[in-house]
Design a protein around this ligand. Sequence first.
Ligand code: 0R9
Length: 663
Amino acid sequence: MAKDTKTTAAHYNADDIQALEGIDAVRARPGMYIGSTGPKGLHQLIWEIVDNSVDEALNGYADSISMVIYPDGSFSVEDNGRGMPVDINAKHKKSGVEMIFTMLHAGGKFNNDQYKFSGGLHGVGASTVNALSVWLEVEVYRGGKIYFQRFRRVNQGKTVKSGIPEEPIKQVGVTKKRGSKVTFLPDPDVFETTEFDYKVIKQHIKELSYLTKGVRFSLEDRRSTDEEGNYRSCEYCARGGLVDFVKNLNENKTRQLEKVIYIEAEDPVLNRQLQVAIQYTETFVENIFSFVNNISTTEGGTHETGFKLAFTRAMSEYIKRNKLTKDKDPALIGDDYREGMTAVINLKMQEPQFEGQTKTKLGNPDIKSWVENVLYEKLSAYFAENKNKDIATLIAKIGINASKVRTEEKRVKDAMRSSRNNMTGQLAIGKLSSCSGKNYSQNELFIVEGDSAGGSAKKGRNRTFQAVLALRGKPLNTEKASKVDILKNAEINTIIYALGTDFDKDFNIKNLKYDKIIILADADHDGEHIRCLLLTFFYRFMRPLITEGHVYLGMPPLYRITQKGETRYAYNDAELETMLKTVKGSYNLQRYKGLGEMNYDQLWDTTLNPKTRCLTRVTIDDAAEADEMVSLLMGDNAEKRKEFINENANFNKVDALGNKIGV
Ligand code: 0R9
């Protein structure tokens, strides 16, 4: 473990644990403690427990964390650390285990001499999980003995109390093992669903393994077996930590240089640790993934700002010192050095403040200058080393080239912007049919491919709040094109014009003219391709449209069944099958090959009318996974793409961003 002995936590026992409040507060307002009572909140229970094991690993005492999903719906986490303290606390007359699980905020001493980074959403961990479970069992393997304690929910008259110990902790056996195991059954009275999602857990532990170098994470799903009788399972261990993370992110992209820049910095006094890994690809996009105490900070924050400032400063000085620019070259800006950069930033700190729409933006103001200063020094030293000359020169070249392209882009952009501003007349007749209502929070834009489908949509819509943009062909694949080509592409320009937001670095969601952007394409391969192309563009150049929930996929029906003047629609084969079972006598069945085959009133009934239609909202659950998918499906590694498509043979089931798409 990358752990400095100077800062290792002193051993402490149950007397040291401070208790603040009882856990009834958690049951009263679960959302406050785990974010929500939906699937995300349910999985948060796992991460609250895993966090404690990860802390033990970061302290250098554990290197294996195993998880199991059981058929009865319970879940267990086991680590091979020191084992939780089992001795009795003099003041509270309870064991360390009982205190951790029954008192809110019981945990480390809450002074900074403990090397503990509470990653949990709200830092209340184990007791929260206990409060929201039907039962919870703890096993501790310590000093050659096995200790056991069980907690459960009880009814006391009309009130329900949870997390009540059945008995004090007791020794139940002997063992050679060391560590702690927690098993719990989430309470169905609290959660909307109590079914754990294997894929969600798998993706998260993959990420955690990169962030916790050298620790083995495993997951076994004992709810079912495959044909050979084996449980579904996976295991991750990243010996290279963050370096492996960056390599994995770039696996499906062409790299400019295989070398990964890796920098580590630590402040034992302030109790902060920073790790950064950087690699360059041949794409034009900048991809920065950041984490604070193992929580993904998708909205960025002060640590990302500090990183950018440090990188720009170190590179500008490198260029200056080595006289790499000519007088006539345009001045470089920070963005120039980050074209094609994939970076992962991992910060461990005390008391992070999370802000922003989804509480995934780091707010602590002093972190900006701390990261900037420590990183600037380390990066400058790194670039100055002779053995790193290749990468420093490459980044300098990328930056200088990007600044020239940016100047050219600006020229094209200004030209396109003024032509977009003049587009009104031309577009109104051609592609865009605006709506008359000026209430943006109600307006919808349908992006439709093809003239006939566009025609039906224009006739079928409600003109007050529904606008239609008919695309004349497939939009450009923005994953592979240069920015100048993207800027010159007619379909892309039409979309930018229609939305009113501008794009890329100039994107401004405040100017969005529609609350819903609905992609309406056929349910075939061509339609799938168009959805992918549009989503790729939104993902790379207008990401807040997706993260703030404005992008939807329209769902046209596949079949129309008429019988004795009554019409019904089926949106997939399963629905059709069910419907046909209920139909008696003769009927007429029509299969829609495309939107264009539908007349306008049918289109209104099935796809446009907010009262009867079915829309799917596009969301990003996991930024790193989404990026991997976009690169794979739209990028330049054809071999890998083929492999993926073959493995996921039913193309219709693969959504463009590779995410779970929830309604
Ligand atoms: C299966 C999930 N694992 C845990 O929840 C877990 C908590 C934990 C732990 C310690 C060791 N392993 C753990 N696993 C620990 C032990 C000692 C000191 N600090 C931590 C020690 O023996 O001195 N603890 C997490 C919180 C606490 N222990 C404490 F607050 F009770 F001290």
